[in-house]
Ligand binder design. Structure first.
Ligand code: ADP
Ligand code: MG
Length: 235
């Protein structure tokens, strides 16, 4: 059974359709990249998967016991987030908020979970730093560690490397690949189609509707893939 199954999903804003009759599935262990031009509905689709926006029609079904609170989310970065006045430790630990519920303090197990994900994302040296003083690459790792405190199951990442330099970009991609090998299902919106086909196993090419959904290899061989990859790829 698929982790998430979208069937004929349509999402609209007041004045326009942003996601048009989209059908695709996310399987456990997938690394899926969502590509497509600006305004093609990628971010809207992610918000639909998260339950932040409601479908106009069609359905989103969650399988395998997946609950919406088992989905970790890295939104497209905003200026406000970049200026968040909290320490790295506080930001990572806040990923346990859902688990904590109404208890006033974090439990030892939750603090342990935060420490483990800090090690995993290699940000141990900066736990006491203020989030807003970090580089873009460090901030993204902190947000990844935070998301991993919330869930090990599924991460939705919306253009996570935007604004990062090439070294930080490569490091972040390597970390995301490593998480996927450890069993975390990854759904990533990306601008960079070449990187997407290198990293991901599956591609969803959006253009309001689905332009392509399938394996990265098939995408590289498809006319659409050839066009967007600039003909440099040969499967
Ligand atoms: P992408 O992430 O692929 O760039 P979006 O999902 O952000 O695309 O946007 C899809 C379409 O919906 C665009 O035409 C955009 O202008 C429109 N849109 C996005 N957010 C809103 C909003 N909050 N209100 C109205 N229209 C929106
Ligand atoms: Mg977007």
């Amino acid at each position: 059974m698929a982790l998430i199954s979208c069937k004929d999903l349509t999402m609209r804003y007041e004045n326009q359709v942003a996601v048009d009759h989209v059908t695709f599935q996310i399987q456990e262990g997938d690394y899926l990249c969502i590509v497509g031009e600006n305004g093609s509905g990628k971010s809207t689709l992610l918000k639909g998967l998260l339950g932040l926006l409601h479908p106009a029609s069609g359905s989103i079904t969650y399988g395998d016991g997946l609950k919406r609170n088992m989905i970790g989310y890295l939104p497209q970065q905003t200026v406000v987030q970049k200026d968040f006045p909290a320490s790295v430790w506080e930001v990572v630990l806040s990923g346990c908020l859902n688990r904590r519920g109404l208890r006033p303090f974090y439990s030892p197990a939750e603090r342990q979970r935060a420490r483990e994900n800090i090690v995993r994302m290699d940000i141990g040296a900066i736990v006491k730093s203020c989030y807003r003083d970090l580089s873009g690459g460090q901030q993204q790792r902190v947000l990844l560690a935070r998301a991993l405190c919330a869930t090990e199951k599924l991460l939705l990442l919306d253009e996570p490397v935007t604004g990062l330099d090439p070294v930080a970009t490569a490091e972040l991609y390597a970390l995301i690949r490593q998480l996927n090998r450890q069993g975390v299902t990854i759904v990533m919106v990306s601008h960079d189609i070449n990187c997407s086909v290198h990293n991901a196993g599956k591609i969803l090419h959006m253009g309001t509707g689905v332009q392509f959904f399938g394996s990265s290899e098939d995408y590289c061989r498809s006319p659409l893939g050839q066009r967007f990859l600039g003909g440099e790829h040969h499967g």
